[in-house]
Design a protein around this ligand. Structure first.
Ligand code: PMP
Length: 398
């Protein structure tokens, strides 16, 4: 038999958590696990701008033939503008190009293979903690993965420790940075912190890979791109992985891109030829539908305006849930202990709850969050904030 020696590996813990949640019969259960935006009804809706674009596509699309290795050219052009800014000099100088990928994860996978294949010997540095998939994607590509400190055991952002480690990273290594709404902690760098990171990156000749999965969920669509654009303006070379899963709500359509910024237009073409080759061997050509939706929206002033309003509404709701949860914790005397919830950005919060408290929350109160204490704040609806705060207070005081 061929398969006799094959072991069973444990499933993805976040997906496992989703399954346990689905099986829980409690009517009062909370799903704060998987990183998906939910509205006040607990649904992950299809955006109106997306529906309108899909209707247009259904009427106007004439073929389902393959799109090229770099994906939909209109999508690539528009996503470059969204990420780098419509008036970015890099676009005028043809120094930046987007390769469409199946989601942001596809973009990370493509960058991992690109580094392994075209930049041999380079290690990759990840924040501690980071999104667990970062660890495995780069390791599976055969790259040496190391960590720089990010959040300490006191659940605070430790910029000094981060900078100290980055300053000792071997020249030429790749450093992965989260553009905004850091997953899993929710702690983001200040503009001043970013400038300090930039100086070290420049001095150590590091290659930054900026993971941009939550554009629009932190401080706004343009504001969230601030660090990406700073790095693009100040450095000749940069990799950016962008995802349309969250801000377009296109999770299942798998839309993302790897944007490469190169020193000049010719070098960009060299790098892109490698990416096309690697992508061809990974998934051949990317899926079409989601990118066509994004291109339809971003290429139409009215749809783009509607979409921007919808992203802003999601962003504001997440921010309100954060402040609402803090208010609900106040009567329990927990405002100070959880003050970080108000400082963090995006859907995720490193709550600071221990693995035992997370377990107790799940078993006693049907509150599902990741063992690290990461909660998806967008997973609670405003009417049940008090109930959630009561459950948190119960495990904190027990
Ligand atoms: N990077 C980070 C940090 C993420 O949190 C996610 C989604 N959880 C992604 C990338 C990629 O998401 P997707 O593949 O669904 O676009």
């Amino acid at each position: 038999m061929h398969f006799t020696a094959i072991d069973r590996v444990p499933g993805d813990p976040i997906l496992g958590l989703m399954e346990s949640y689905a099986k829980d019969p409690s009517p009062q259960k909370f799903d704060l696990g998987v990183g998906v935006y939910k509205d006040a009804q607990g649904l992950t809706p299809i955006l109106r701008s997306v529906k309108l674009a899909e209707q247009r596509l259904a009427d106007q699309q004439t073929t389902k033939t393959y799109i090229g290795g770099h994906g939909d050219a209109a999508f690539g052009k528009l996503i470059n503008r969204l990420v780098l800014g419509a008036d970015s000099p890099l676009l005028r100088e043809r120094r930046a190009g987007a390769t469409q990928t199946p989601g942001g994860t596809g973009a990370l996978r493509l960058s991992a293979d690109f580094i392994a294949h075209s930049l041999p010997g380079r290690g990759v540095w990840l924040s501690n903690p980071t999104w667990p998939i970062h660890e495995t994607i780069f390791a599976k590509a055969g790259l040496k993965v190391s960590h720089y400190p990010y959040v300490g055991s006191d659940n605070r952002l430790d910029v000094a420790a981060m900078l100290a480690t980055l300053a000792s990273v071997p020249k030429g290594d790749v450093v992965l940075l989260h553009a905004c709404c850091h997953n899993p902690t929710g702690f983001d760098l200040s503009q001043d912190d970013w400038r300090q990171v930039l100086e070290i990156v420049r001095e150590r000749e590091l290659l930054p890979l900026i993971d941009f999965a939550y554009q629009g969920f932190g401080d706004g669509l343009e504001q969230d791109a601030w660090a990406v654009r700073l790095f693009a303006a100040e450095l000749p070379e940069l990799l950016i992985t962008s995802s349309c899963s969250k801000n377009f709500g296109l999770y299942s359509d798998r839309v993302g891109s790897l944007i490469v910024c190169a020193g000049d237009a010719e070098k960009l073409l060299d790098v892109r030829s490698q990416l096309a080759f690697i992508a061809r061997n990974l998934w051949s050509t990317p899926p079409d539908h989601g990118a066509a939706v994004v291109a339809t929206i971003l290429g139409d002033a009215e749809l783009k305006a509607l979409w921007s309003e919808e992203v802003e509404a999601m962003r504001l709701r997440i921010a309100q849930l954060r402040s609402g949860l803090l208010e609900a914790l106040a009567p329990h005397g927990l405002s100070e202990r959880f003050a970080h919830i108000g400082v963090q950005r995006g859907m995720f919060s490193y709550t600071g709850l221990s693995a035992d408290q997370v377990k107790e929350l799940r078993e006693k109160h049907s509150v599902y969050m990741v063992n690290s204490g990461r909660a998806n704040v967008a997973g609670v609806d405003e009417t049940r904030l008090t109930l959630l705060a009561d459950a948190i207070a119960d495990v904190c005081h027990s």
